[in-house]
Design a binder for this molecule. Structure first.
Ligand SMILES: N[C@@H](CCC(=O)N[C@@H](CS)C(=O)NCC(=O)O)C(=O)O
Length: 233
């Protein structure tokens, strides 16, 4: 048995954890939960996370400790390894501030922008007001990140769980139809992040494939239809 079991699916919240696991070289087994089969809502999985959502980790090296919520998992893994989070209090809370910003703003807003366009709309539920609102708010948040990156390489002083939290969502800008071509600092950071082996490996967990949400394939209609079929609207 490996040290950690990691319950996941090919989505941004899952990639946050797989990138961290890869970067920290932790030994883990990934368990792919198929949303189309509602495997995240089985009694067995709900006993691990009553919210019925990935990601979840079970740390076998620490009394089978079970943890959900990707932000908490990132903090736990960073603390456990003594990496990706600074020891100095101010720098540490700055990292946590940006992790919270991702958890409370970037994830939920981009998630809704994607939901209305890539899940609801293909099922015939087209809500232009909601789409406009969430795309605009997502763009505003990405502008904040772009500005933050205007005088630094990474979100905080050094590569940290703040970068790992934000990257998988922000990088899916095309899936949310959010225009970023003029956000040059954000684009530079995308390249910096994608150059890392840990990121390249992490974004291929659990399918082994590069995420369609990050692809520049001109026609995403097939991928959109397949994605929509996995979820209820
Ligand atoms: N706040 C949670 C959100 C988790 C979440 O929304 N996970 C999605 C995938 S990105 C999920 O499991 N969706 C399945 C469902 O809603 O049934 C976290 O950050 O871990």
């Amino acid at each position: 048995m490996t040290d950690l079991t990691f319950y996941t699916a090919p989505t941004a919240n899952g990639y946050k954890v797989s990138i961290a696991l890869e970067e920290l070289s932790l030994e883990y087994s990934a368990r792919y939960l198929k949303f189309e089969k509602n495997e995240q809502k089985t009694e067995e999985f709900l006993s691990l996370n009553p919210n019925g959502r990935i990601p979840v980790i079970v740390d076998h090296s620490s009394n089978d400790f079970v943890l959900s919520e990707s932000g908490a998992i990132l903090i736990y893994l960073a603390e456990k390894s003594g990496r990706l989070i600074p020891r100095n209090d101010h720098l540490r809370f700055e990292v946590l501030q940006w992790v919270m910003f991702q958890m409370s703003a970037v994830g939920p807003m981009m998630g809704q922008a994607m939901f209305f366009q890539r899940i609801a709309a293909p099922k015939g539920i087209v809500d232009d007001y909601a789409i406009g609102r969430y795309v605009k708010e997502s763009r505003r948040l990405l502008e904040i990140i772009d500005h933050r990156l205007s005088d630094r390489e990474y979100i905080c002083d050094e590569f940290s769980i703040a970068d790992i939290a934000i990257f998988p969502w922000a990088r899916a800008y095309r899936w949310g139809n959010i225009e970023v071509s003029d956000l040059k600092f954000l684009s530079r950071w995308f390249e910096l992040m994608e150059d890392k082996d840990s990121v390249q490996r992490g974004i291929r967990v659990p399918t082994g494939e590069y995420p369609v949400a990050y692809s520049d394939v001109a026609d995403l209609s097939d991928a959109t239809r397949r994605n929509s079929e996995k979820y209820e609207a």
